[in-house]
Write a protein that binds this ligand. Structure first.
Ligand SMILES: Nc1ncnc2c1ncn2[C@@H]1O[C@H](COP(=O)(O)OP(=O)(O)O)[C@@H](O)[C@H]1O
Ligand SMILES: [Mg+2]
Length: 226
């Protein structure tokens, strides 16, 4: 899904819209390239995505100044989110991809805690492509389209959902740090891992679903070999 068009390089077309990488002019200091995230689709879909992008913009405003979060250069034309391009690779989850695993994950934990302190839970960190390893080997978080926010005026329900989302972030951190090998969690990291009821329900459902789809795939393969 990548290509180079008039608007720059198309990096992705996801549920929120399209993401382009374009050369940044001198009006955007400190970055050679910009990321542009903008809605697309039919009228209604576009309207909804526009709202999501505006919401993501407000999340970036809250996170301004935190190292490890791309700088946000605003909302152009009301629906184009402009971000600093981060030179890096998405986390792949292979044991040898990081020079210093302990240091990377300690940095990532501090980054998550800093975001939580300003009332932002990412809530989509199980997708490892939302965690980048910068060229300097440091963690960086992107894609706040599903983030949950909270502030002093938030009601009890919102605060509860926010706490849940923060815990889901921490659980994702543990999952990635230990490559899903939960039996190996150190006693120091154990307090961070508290599967929420949603995750407890989702895990067996996911496992069951994987088994069903794998069986169907095997059946289809057998049929195609007949
Ligand atoms: N600030 C950024 N720096 C570098 N790459 C980015 C940045 N933002 C997005 N990307 C790239 O674009 C992809 C899609 O962006 P993302 O915000 O995750 O959109 P989506 O909502 O479609 O998942 C990411 O997986 C990443 O490869
Ligand atoms: Mg994403």
């Amino acid at each position: 899904m990548a290509g180079v068009g008039q608007r720059g390089e198309l990096l992705s077309a996801g549920y929120q819209g399209v993401v382009y990488k374009v050369a940044a002019g001198p009006e955007y200091p400190g970055t050679n390239y910009l990321i542009i995230k903008q809605p697309m689709g039919s009228l209604l879909v576009r309207w909804f995505r526009r709202k999501m992008i505006r919401r993501e913009h407000s999340v970036y405003m809250r996170l301004a100044g935190i190292a490890g979060i791309p700088k946000c250069f605003g909302l152009r034309g009301g629906d184009q989110l402009l971000l600093e391009f981060i030179e890096g690779q998405p986390l792949k989850l292979s044991a040898d991809e990081l020079e210093d695993r302990e240091q990377f994950f300690s940095g990532l934990l501090s980054l998550l805690q800093a975001a939580h302190r300003v009332g932002v839970a990412h809530a989509d960190l199980k997708r490892k492509e939302n965690i980048l390893i910068t060229s300097a080997g440091l963690p960086c978080l992107i894609d706040f389209g599903s983030a949950v926010t909270c502030d002093h005026g938030s009601g009890a329900l919102r605060r509860w959902v926010f706490r849940l989302a923060c815990q889901i972030d921490l659980n994702a951190w543990v999952k990635h740090k230990y490559l899903g090998r939960y039996a190996e969690i150190s006693s120091a990291d154990m307090p961070y891992y508290q599967p929420t009821f949603i995750e407890r329900i989702a895990r067996p459902v996911r496992r069951f679903w994987r088994k069903v789809t794998a069986r169907q795939w095997r059946k289809a393969r057998r049929r195609s070999h007949l």
